[in-house]
Design a protein around this ligand. Structure first.
Ligand code: NAP
Length: 234
């Protein structure tokens, strides 16, 4: 009940603080730049000094690109979780599970977690999803979080190289998996990013579809010597 109430308030005032675990990397920088237009963003890192440095770099890029933004702060991953309403795992699968061993208890009070995680392996030079026990990465992440945390999976096919820019994206499609109010909050956050179409893809359990599509896009990029391929659904 309490968690439901907190999320209703979030939907109404759209004042979420968004925390990016491992936000110092490719995806984190892009999300910080895009979401700081409306939200306070915290870039997280294992190394707080690095987080502060990257937060400053992203802020300077926003100013240079003429964007009007809220604050972008840098903090350790644990403080990032503590001070955020919505937390994005901007790290690979194994690091995510490693971080959860020590950070799990920081996820209290019905926070929303977004998993963009795609776990890939290579076979015969092709990328393939590496689904642990046949489960999508987001489901495994959910199993390693406290029960009251709401996990939503999204962003898998959005290329970070195109995200870290002030330019509107060219109509890429993003598919969102999860349930209830948490999925609604994430869909509305994603709709704030100019130039993407957002689709409800169903429950977390079928988010492996987007992990497979990501593998396909990476294989197509390699074979055809292209980069930053994405998905557009008409
Ligand atoms: N790149 C894309 O285009 C893209 C698109 C969609 C989804 N994704 C998914 O988003 C996630 C992040 O991708 P990315 O390309 O942004 O990753 P990345 O740039 O390679 O790394 C992100 C951050 O992970 C942290 N990290 C690295 N090794 C770690 C470890 N052993 N333990 C804890 N943290 C570690 C680092 O942060 P610190 O050193 O500061 O701690 C690093 O800056 C992945 O799961 C990927 O599948 C990526």
């Amino acid at each position: 009940m309490k968690n439901g109430l907190v999320m209703d308030e979030r939907i109404e005032n759209k004042g979420e603080t968004i925390g990016l675990i491992g936000g110092t990397g490719h995806l984190g920088r892009g999300l910080a730049l895009r979401w700081a237009k409306k939200h306070k963003v915290i870039i997280g890192s294992r190394d707080e000094e690095k987080a502060k440095r990257v937060a400053q770099e992203v802020t300077e890029k926003a100013i240079k690109e003429g964007l009007s933004i809220s604050t972008i702060e840098g903090k350790s991953n644990d403080k990032t979780i503590e001070f955020s309403d919505v937390v994005v795992f901007c790290v690979d699968f194994e690091p995510a599970l490693e971080l959860l061993k020590t950070l799990k208890e920081k996820f209290s009070g019905g926070k929303i977690v977004i998993s963009p995680v795609v776990n890939l392996k290579k076979r015969d030079n092709y990328f393939l999803p590496d689904l642990k026990g046949g489960k999508p990465s987001a489901v495994v992440i959910k199993e390693n979080l406290p029960q009251e945390v709401h996990v939503v999976s999204a962003l898998h096919t959005l290329p970070a190289g195109k995200l870290y820019s002030a330019d509107p994206l060219p109509g890429y499609s993003v598919i969102v998996y999860g349930e209830g109010k948490a999925k609604e909050v994430v869909i509305s956050l994603l709709r704030e990013i100019e130039g993407i179409g957002v689709f409800d893809g169903g429950t977390l359990e079928v988010s492996f579809f987007s992990e497979y599509v990501t593998a396909l896009l990476l294989n197509l990029a390699r074979i055809n010597k292209l980069k930053d391929l994405s998905l557009k659904i008409y």
